[in-house]
Ligand binder design. Structure first.
Ligand SMILES: C[S@@+](CC[C@H](N)C(=O)[O-])C[C@H]1O[C@@H](n2cnc3c(N)ncnc32)[C@H](O)[C@@H]1O
Length: 327
């Protein structure tokens, strides 16, 4: 039977699944009370945020998506050979599933594809379009937060552990402790004979990095400002975005791009019943994007029970896609 119905989360059909507003509000307020104000990155991806992210991926200065797509196009055959036939492919943070198609085109009889996304609109659109493009493939979309325990569907007939596909160097957006927790969780889920195919952005000239996240078309900036607009729209906040500027820099000590919205003046805003004050120059951290050396990534993998078995890079050595299995 072709299973194209949307998978249910806690018995709630996906179309009715909405992220818990109260829980998200609590996370927002907790983040804004910290010394370094911070908003949960998942807030970046509402319907508009997902569209804005797609605009970033085609910005000329944003080398990541283009470079990873090149690697996928040139090495997907070798990746598929590593992965083997009849595998269940699980993709956390699947977005438009664009890179996945290249992989699916090369895999031998994949058993099923499970995209896991926080944005129901992006998930729904990708699942529909995959169902049309791959009528023989079982697609089980799951709308969930990949930092939490995910109820994955039971899939009959899978002979080996699943393979997680985690492109986009999304691992770099996590805090260091989240990277470890996430990879350990994936390691448990794939078992001893599953795998992880992961996109990892590499340390490089900081000017190239800063340009990618502060692009000339201001795609990144618009994406970050959507956070403030979302607080206004969904949490009755009254923030004036003109009183903030987008500020990006590479932090060499931590090997990461940091994206901030910096308050240009001393100001106060209300979010629901709480008053949030900003000093002039104080910022909200919107996102990190950690970059890795190969050695550092292999150390992280080992700490989480994985060994790196193969690495594919572009000619400039800017980006990598790596295949990991249990140590
Ligand atoms: C950097 S994008 C990568 C998209 C796609 N995998 C790619 O490589 O182009 C991150 C994706 O993860 C999703 N996402 C962000 N936070 C999430 C969370 N906490 N749980 C599930 N998905 C999340 C976003 O909606 C977005 O589609």
């Amino acid at each position: 039977m072709k299973t194209s119905e949307l998978f249910q989360q806690d018995g709630v059909p996906l179309s009715e699944f909405e992220h818990d507003r109260e829980q998200t509000l609590a996370e927002v307020l907790e983040g804004l009370r910290r010394e370094q104000k911070h908003l949960p990155p998942k807030l970046l991806y509402d319907e508009r945020g997902s569209q804005l992210f797609e605009a970033i991926t085609s910005a000329p200065d944003y080398y990541l998506t283009r470079t990873e797509l090149q690697i996928m196009r040139s090495a997907a055959g070798a990746m598929a050979a590593r992965i083997g036939p009849h595998r269940v492919i699980i993709e956390p943070g699947s977005g438009s599933s664009e890179k996945t198609r290249i992989l699916l085109d090369h895999l031998e009889s994949p058993r099923a594809y499970v995209p896991v996304e926080i944005s129901p609109t992006a998930l729904h659109a990708a699942a529909e379009s995959l169902n049309q493009a791959y009528p023989d493939l079982d697609v089980f979309p799951v709308c969930a937060d990949f930092h939490e325990t995910i109820d994955l569907p039971e899939i009959e007939g899978a002979e080996h552990g699943p393979v997680f596909y985690f492109p986009g160097s999304t691992i770099g957006n996590f805090f260091r402790e989240e990277q470890v927790a996430f990879l350990k969780r994936v390691r448990r889920l794939v078992g001893d004979d599953g795998g992880l195919l992961i996109g990892v952005d590499l340390v490089k000239d900081p000017r190239i990095l800063e340009r990618a996240y502060n692009d000339r078309d201001q795609a990144n900036e618009t994406f970050a400002f959507n956070l403030l607009e979302r607080l206004n729209r969904e949490f009755d906040a009254d923030i004036d975005p003109d009183q903030f500027c987008y500020y990006v820099f590479f932090n060499p000590q931590h090997r990461r791009i940091e994206m901030h919205l910096v308050s240009l003046v001393a100001q106060e805003y209300r979010i629901e019943d709480e008053t949030i004050s900003f000093r002039v120059g104080e910022s909200i951290l919107t996102e990190y994007s950690h970059k890795f050396t190969q050695r550092e990534f292999e150390g992280l993998a080992r700490k989480c029970g994985f060994a790196v078995r193969e690495v594919w890079r572009d000619a400039r050595g800017w980006f990598s896609v790596q295949y990991l299995t249990a140590i």
